[in-house]
Design a protein around this ligand. Structure first.
Ligand code: G1P
Length: 290
């Protein structure tokens, strides 16, 4: 496979967020705040830190707040200027200046595979990254940067993985894979959300992928699978028959922030890490008679 710099990332954000109802009834789950930033901003910042300059967000009904967040807020800036609070403006501008943002509306949620397929015409003929907003990974080297570093040495499709408890395999894409070098596994096949007795391993797909345009041809042919949705995992499984593909064990603490408990855990972690709030928050937690 020819090696090319990865500059585009797709972030699917059209899901209904049913695991987080009722808060997601009228608000996008991607805009839930971890301390003072919405989830999707963490993911965009991770992509930008890995060298991505074009962010393609797949949205749907009720997701307008995402576009507004990454746009310039002219009215807000004017009010901040008029009220002597212009010192907030550079921080706000940084959000809209981070990258070029494009939006595609997926008219009906038909699964992750279908969402990625919506980006076909914007990706063209180059490798690209996919980041799922539910998966927040905290590490000194951002998760996607770790994977792009691996890709630069081993130009092949790479899927971010971590080991999960056997009791959780039914929530993930699971790999049948053979250890290669270091933290890389050569993928033999993948299965989406298997029952524990059918799971080929405990190596779970975490929401970070480096993909190649061939995936689109496969997605176009992919029939609805698990939960009657077009599954990215099924198309990736087909890709394993055409290409050598790797799973890379992502370093870092990973939180499923689309789940209520995972979100609370991520909030505590990010709260403690926050330079301004961390100290006081730690004192507060210590005082709780847990
Ligand atoms: C998706 C993928 C699954 C992957 C998971 C990681 O599932 O389909 O393979 O393991 O993300 O978070 P979802 O959680 O969107 O149902």
């Amino acid at each position: 496979m020819r090696k090319e710099k990865i500059t585009k990332a797709v972030i699917p954000a059209a899901g209904l967020g049913t695991r987080f109802l009722p808060v997601t009834k009228a608000s996008p789950k991607e805009m839930l705040p971890l301390v003072d930033k919405p989830l999707i901003q963490y993911v965009v910042e991770e992509a930008v830190a890995a060298g991505i300059s074009q962010i393609i967000i797949i949205t749907g009904r009720g997701k307008r707040a995402i576009e507004d967040h990454f746009d310039i807020s002219f009215e807000l800036e004017e009010i901040l200027k008029q009220t002597g609070k212009e010192h907030y403006i550079p921080g706000l501008r940084r959000i809209s200046d981070m990258a070029d943002f494009c939006y595609i509306r997926q008219s009906q949620p038909q699964g992750l595979g279908h969402a990625i397929l919506c980006a076909k015409h914007l990706i063209g003929d180059e490798p690209f990254a996919v980041l799922l907003g539910d998966d927040i990974v905290d590490h000194s080297t951002p998760a996607l940067k770790q994977m792009i570093d691996v890709y630069e040495r081993t130009p092949a499709p790479i899927i971010g993985i971590q080991r999960v408890d056997k009791s959780e395999v039914h929530q993930y894409g699971i790999l049948d894979a053979t250890p290669a070098i270091d933290d890389l596994y050569k993928i033999n096949h993948l299965v989406e959300k298997p029952a524990v007795e059918d799971a080929p391993s405990d190596l779970a797909v975490i929401g970070r992928y480096i993909l190649i345009p061939e995936i689109f041809d496969l997605l176009e042919k992919t029939k609805p699978g698990k939960n009657n949705e077009i599954q990215l995992t099924d198309a990736l499984n087909d890709l394993t028959t055409l290409r050598t593909m790797y799973g890379y064990v992502i370093k870092g603490d990973r939180y499923d922030a689309g789940d209520k408990l995972g979100f609370l855990q991520a909030t505590v972690k990010m709260g403690l890490k926050n330079p301004k709030l961390g100290g006081a928050f730690k004192q507060y937690l210590k005082k709780l008679a847990l």
